[in-house]
Design a protein around this ligand. Sequence first.
Ligand code: FUB
Length: 329
Amino acid sequence: MDTQMIRQWGRNFSLALLFPVMLTTGIKAQTGKIVQGNPIITDKYTGDPAAMVHNNTVYLYAGHDEAPAGQERYVMNEWLVYSSTNMLDWKEYPVPLKAKDFAWAKGDAWASQVIERDGKFYWYVAVEHGSIHGKAIGVAVSDSPTGPFKDAKGSAIITNDMTKDTDISWDDIDPTVYIDDDGQAYMYWGNRVCYYIKLKKNMIEQDGPIVKVDLPNYTEAPWIHKHKDWYYLSYAYEFPEKIAYAMSRKITGPWEFKGILNEVAGNSNTNHQAIIDFKGKSYFIYHNGSIPTNGGSYRRSVCIDELKYNSDGTMKRIIMTTEGLKAKK
Ligand code: FUB
């Protein structure tokens, strides 16, 4: 047998071994249908999940990983949206937003988050800027959580030349936005360095200076959420990425580091989380690279597992499962 044949034989043999396991555990082959267990979407590769609860419904937003097998770089042109009222059955909508819907952007539909204010839905995204070298953060708006969305500002909120702490061109990515109890909106973002700004009430303009946040081994993917009286800033930690988090009594810190929340997510060097409370439970939404046989760091898949808090407000380590939520009902 030549090397090629041995490799093919190895692949067939592992698939034959895996098949009965796939049937009994709910792990999915790519069938084009959304079925039980993790990953929750199997007909497309999806990364960088963000989620929003609105009117008893969860809206899930994700980047579409389009890199063909063998291409080890991001190919991401658009974002996708799904909704669910039970966290198990997900409905997909027509593509609501593409990177090139921002006339000033060149492409790259990287991580994003949608939030609602006064009946409008604002979608903060990272894209490659067309004329200012590097990644930039833009915002789109819609009257509906499922779109269609359009550029809300006509220019970026943050561009690479506005932050000088690193010399990498992708340090202005991964926006997460939170509206505090007093109505003030904050946007956190960043790769290697975590920053935040206040946003004006119109949600599309910066209000005040860029502030740096000091977090141990910060890589990217900040996510702000509040549970009871605590604010949480979770983020991708080291590389390959785990998710770690810090807690504070105020959205602007000081942030106290609390350790690892999630381990490296199988077969993906990135790890990107959204955390929500819905109908009395808390959920950790993330991606891994687990779909056989081409899943990986550039062909990721969104997964969901339960998140639990300790009585002192700290979060218990996530247990990533292939069964997902269904097995626990
Ligand atoms: O999807 C592209 C980049 O990979 C995101 O912006 C990062 O958070 C990482 O998941």
